[in-house]
Write a protein that binds this ligand. Structure first.
Ligand SMILES: [Zn+2]
Ligand SMILES: [Zn+2]
Length: 279
């Protein structure tokens, strides 16, 4: 079994419209790419901040600008296709109850929980417009990121933890902490172990300046020791990114001794043997 659960039908760029991307023709392009690459399970997980309902959780300027789509219409559309229905939902500290209410009101197959924004204010680790890195200290940013990531796991709101070490996204373009990175990882690993949440292996990092899978091998090995299950995704924003570089992800999972991946339906998880990429 190969899955691709963390997918976006629409690119992140401004000016894209719901009507243009949420069509059966566009879904068919994703399905065709998946078939070609031997991926049996495909699901879509649009960013929560695309939906008007997200403004119940947070009024970040990026959200206010983007939160125009109707979440019910999205769910209904995805249910009319062969895709699994997911959503990528940011962990918003302090909005746990409202997040739970929003998620419970929809018939989702899984929820991908993510951390992009860290610390006080609007700053993000991966967004040029809200860059946390403006002269910030690397140790401080990494600590804040992994602290938020651990809280995201512990919140119990989500099924899959997205792109675990996203904080490294810029690679050499931003400062990096020195020495053994386990001092940042360990509190998050403890939260992962206690919560039982699935950890995403994402090939998206291979398309970013860092040029690596998320997470780093050191992080993934600690997850294995902690008994965490893994979910496999590309975080594609275009059909041609479906299953992006999956041969590298499969090789990585083999190398750390993981032979099963998570499959989701109606927010219930099961494990399936890890497949190998075809085509
Ligand atoms: Zn994300
Ligand atoms: Zn995403």
């Amino acid at each position: 079994m190969l899955t691709d659960y963390h997918l976006h039908l629409r690119p992140d760029e401004a000016g894209t419209t719901y009507e243009r991307y949420f069509t059966s023709e566009n879904v068919e392009r994703y399905l065709a790419a998946a078939r070609e690459r031997g991926i049996e399970e495909l699901g879509v997980s649009e960013h929560v901040y695309r939906f008007a309902a997200a403004l119940d959780l947070w009024s970040h300027p990026l959200w206010v600008e983007n939160a125009v789509d109707d979440l019910d219409a999205y769910c209904e559309f995805v249910r009319s296709t062969p895709l699994r229905l997911g959503i990528e939902c940011d962990y918003v500290p302090g909005a746990e109850e409202r997040t739970e209410t929003l998620l419970a009101a929809h018939d989702l197959d899984y929820v991908v929980g993510s951390v992009h924004f860290v610390g006080d204010g609007d700053a993000a680790v991966d967004h040029d417009g809200f860059d946390v890195w403006n002269g910030a200290d690397a140790d401080e940013v990494w600590s804040r990121y992994f602290d938020a990531f651990g809280r995201c796991a512990r919140s119990g709101l989500f099924d899959i933890l997205a792109h675990p070490d996203l904080v490294k996204v810029w690679g050499r373009d931003r400062p990096a902490p020195e020495g053994d990175l386990r001092r940042f990882y360990e509190p998050a690993i403890e939260a992962i172990a206690e919560s039982g949440i699935a950890v995403e292996i994402s090939t998206a990092g291979l398309r970013k300046p860092v040029g690596e899978l998320y997470p780093a091998r050191g992080f993934a090995e600690l997850c294995v020791e902690a008994g965490a299950p893994f979910a496999l995704s590309s975080d594609a924003h275009l059909p041609e990114q479906v299953g992006f570089e999956y041969d590298r992800a499969v090789e990585f999972l083999d190398a750390i001794g993981v032979g099963e991946i998570c499959v989701f339906e109606q927010r219930r998880r099961s494990l399936a043997p890890l497949g190998s990429r075809v085509g």
